[in-house]
Design a protein around this ligand. Sequence first.
Ligand code: SF4
Length: 360
Amino acid sequence: MAKKLNGTVIVTYRCNARCNMCNRYKAPSKPEEEITVETIRKLPEMYFTNITGGEPFIREDLKDIVRELYKKSDRIVISTNGFFTDRIVDLCREFPQVGIRISIEGLERTNNEIRGLDDGFNRGYTTLKTLVEMGMKDVGFGMTVQDKNAADLVPLYEISDKLNMEFATASLHNSFYFVESNNIIRDRLMVAENFEKLINRLLESNSPKKWFRAYFNHGLINYIFSQKRLLPCDMSFDTFFIDPYGDVMPCNGTKEKEVMGNLKEREWDELWNSEKAELVRKKVRCCDRNCWMIGSVSPAMHKYIWKPAFWVLKHKFLFFFKKKKYSMYENRIVRDYLDGKVTKEELDACSTCESCGRKN
Ligand code: SF4
């Protein structure tokens, strides 16, 4: 039996938000060229599917897509900005098992400033609360941490914790997907301090899932200091992305779009085992972009489970009597930065930010 894969389906590049870290809204897809249910039918069996955009709920046929995907996927999570409350609630009535992650970029003022959506915070928050009241089990926040909103990280976590919701984090990335190449964290120590606080809150909890989330956030500190990924990246081996045009790609982190084949034109097995797909896999093996996004990290955390497990064991149990279980200074690069052994300019040059010197 073929191995089940982890897939991300980008159903549209249209978006109603105007986030400061993503220019995708400037390069939307046209409705008539977007992936159809017929093409989605050709996808392989998946143990996990993320549906994303743009803003997926802009598509009025999203329910048909989800219905089709449930025929081949064990678990589906939709990432959304939560603006279209009625459409989200309607979909959740039909699929109460679906996961919903609403991107909220900070407390009210910060969120609305970053997202460029009038009343975006209240719309997103109302959607979240409505879903919880409906009894939806798999609901949560997603936050992309940057200089502007880092101070809201722990307060937002606290809101999600009170509502018994998942709290997913990310930081700034540059790639073809975001149509952006100049994202960068300016005040690394301040942002890392806020991650450190969150990591300690997660480690204090009694939830093993949160302890592993603490490891993910530790990886984000490592990422914003432009260091090598903590875990290998195996995108395109058992994980794929498909965009609104039907192009199958390894991930959404590359500078230019890397295409393994087009699913409108070919069948899945032929595409997945093609020479073109092998060439992309070779590129992935040499990729030095060191992304740390949940789409590429979650499969790696499952595959190389002993690494995060050892980290959790150390911080949760060996440091049992320590008041503060995690310190960002455990990362050598943070110590070196504070001691002046590494400069801001040197770290900037190692990041994927092109205005800081990176060319590929
Ligand atoms: S590190 Fe992995 S996820 Fe990031 S661009 Fe490279 S292959 Fe893609």
